[in-house]
Design a protein around this ligand. Structure first.
Ligand SMILES: [Ca+2]
Ligand SMILES: [Ca+2]
Length: 561
């Protein structure tokens, strides 16, 4: 990495982009004598941002990365206490062999809940990584800043195109002139509503009978007023918990509370004629706020929903002490069906969860649960006018990620003989309990092992979900024989059958500059109306007074595009 030079160049790039001076000349800093390059960048040069150095073509052949710093959130399941060392070592061995020189992977895994703030801090801090994972929202926010490298050529010519199953995921992320500033190795996924079967049984309701919003509210009311946890006390439980009454800084915003939002969408979106408008000011949003207010006042929603992180919401849902817990929880589909179930088992709670089909009001508006726009991997552009380093990062990190073999297996299932194995093996989970389960595998049989940090849980996946990936494994790769767990497979099938794509997110300079202010103003409305019984019209008027001019400016930019 070229830390000092990068920080100088990016500071100027960021200043330029924030001042909306696109198209002006960027003065680059001096090159460095980086020992790992043979580029002729020891002279001071002044170039425009879109010029190419005549030595670039010669230099890129020989560019060697020394370290490759990767910033990520909790999406990398192989965390420090869950086999990350082995993942990193095996990745380095496989990628170094492919590249023909040693690449040192440095993983900077940030706290999942605070990731958006962490990304902002890191990008302003100067010690920039080579690759980061970003949500679709962050991607839209930073796409226009000049910080991200345009990888369109590298993507179009990548080896994995020969195994591509879902080309549209990345093609749809390209700008009108064909630039691509991020790479999505898998599609977005979304949330479904899980309900505890034992709680349904306790209140005498069948999951199949929940067809409308009224049915849903009746179920939550039974959970909140009767004794579904069986401790002999009525009313010390809740209907539902979520990480926030909608997540205003992450699309698709509504997916933890979809029954309440129904057709509402608290962000800028396009109408049937392609005209952008602010969904937060629409009548549908006011109706959604009033539904949440009503349910909150009736004690159906755990009040901790206002401040709960996803971790807190999950842990309350599957807590060993079910008093104070909730019967319904709308959360990620597929693998999480298995993970939530495993945690209920671990906490010695009735573990059967049923997935609720979207209620009529969701079907009549969106058509189903929302499939979010995919998260992406971005390469930081050092802005030196030479693509050699960025191309090397693409080749080492992104192209190998879907190599159909060893490295794709590492991202999908983790490290061999740590997270998965093909060696003959037997093990038992939850030994000595009524959830005891035995596993036995023949030599050569691909299987997942016990999680490194929990012998009672079978490892599920690393970063890539095999059911969502855009390019498949080669047939001769051992992991190609892997089968998803029953619940993960059922969950993925259920979601796929019941989802629609989330609306395309808006991207323009004003939204990039004021994203945090807009989210703050929305959160204030939600807190006031839902938890403090505030007047919905007055609250929306307050939002318009705060950020209405910014929104109007953004709409003008979007509708002029
Ligand atoms: Ca109770
Ligand atoms: Ca460069």
């Amino acid at each position: 990495m070229k830390k000092k030079v990068i920080s100088v160049v990016l500071a100027s790039a960021m200043a330029l982009s924030l001042a909306a001076c696109s198209g002006t000349t960027t003065e680059t800093g001096t090159g460095t004598g980086d020992t790992n390059t043979t580029t002729t960048d020891t002279t001071t040069t002044t170039t425009t941002t879109d010029s190419t150095d005549t030595t670039a073509a010669a230099a890129e052949e020989e560019y060697q990365l020394s370290t490759l710093k990767f910033v990520c959130d909790g999406t990398l399941t192989a965390t420090a206490d869950n086999g990350q060392d082995a993942f990193e070592a095996q990745w380095e061995a496989a990628v170094s062999e492919k590249m023909g020189y040693n690449v040192d992977l440095v993983i900077d895994q940030q706290d999942h809940s605070g990731y958006k703030d962490a990304v902002g801090r890191i990008l302003l801090g100067g010690d920039l990584p080579d690759v980061m994972i970003m949500s679709a929202d962050m991607y839209k926010q930073y796409q226009t800043t000049g910080l991200l490298w345009n990888m369109a050529d590298a993507y179009n010519n990548a080896e994995f195109q020969s195994r591509m199953d879902m080309p549209l995921i990345n093609q749809n992320m390209m700008t009108a002139d064909g630039a691509l500033y991020g790479f999505a190795p898998y599609y977005g996924n979304g949330c479904v509503t899980y309900v505890k079967q034992a709680w349904l049984d306790a209140v005498g309701i069948s999951a199949d009978s929940i067809k409308t919003y009224d049915d849903y509210i009746n179920m939550l009311t039974a959970f909140a007023t009767q004794d579904p946890d069986g401790n002999g006390v009525d009313g010390d439980t809740y209907g539902v918990i979520a990480a926030g009454f909608g997540k205003m800084d992450e699309a698709p915003y509504i997916n933890y509370m979809s029954e309440f939002y129904q057709g509402a969408y608290p962000a800028i979106l396009q109408d049937a004629n392609g005209v952008w408008y602010d969904g937060f000011q629409a009548q549908e949003m006011k109706d959604a706020l009033l539904r949440m207010q009503d349910a909150y006042n009736s004690g159906l929603i755990d009040p901790e929903t206002l401040t709960a992180t996803t971790k807190i919401a999950r842990e309350k849902f599957f807590s060993n002490d079910q008093t104070g817990s909730s019967g319904a929880f709308t959360y990620w589909a597929g693998t999480w069906y298995q993970t939530l179930t495993d945690n209920l088992i671990k906490n010695e709670v009735d573990s059967e969860l049923v997935e609720l089909a979207p209620i009529k009001e969701i079907k009549d508006t969106w058509g189903g649960y929302l499939n979010r726009e995919a998260p992406v991997f971005v390469i930081l552009d050092d802005g030196d006018g030479n693509d050699a380093r960025e191309k090397a990062i693409f080749k080492a990190f992104i192209e190998t990620m879907l190599d159909g073999g060893t490295v794709q297996t590492l991202w999908t299932y983790g490290a061999e003989d740590v997270h998965w194995s093909t060696k003959a093996e037997e093990f038992v989970t939850n030994a000595g309990t009524d959830k005891e389960k035995s596993y036995s595998y023949e030599e050569g049989e691909f299987h997942l092992k016990q999680s490194p940090n929990d012998e009672n849980t079978v490892w599920k996946k690393n970063l890539i979900d095999s059911a969502l990936v855009i390019a498949h494994l080669n047939d001769d790769t051992p992991a190609a024989a892997a089968k998803g767990t029953d619940l993960a497979t059922i969950g993925n099938q259920f979601f796929t059958a019941n989802c629609v794509d989330a609306p395309t997110g808006a991207s323009c300079q004003t939204l990039t500059d004021y994203a945090a202010d807009i989210a703050d103003a929305k959160n204030e409305v939600i807190a006031n109306v839902v938890t403090k019984n505030g007047d919905v019209d007055a609250a929306i008027d307050g939002y318009v007074a705060k950020v209405g001019a910014i929104i109007d400016q953004a709409l003008a930019e979007l509708n002029a595009q």
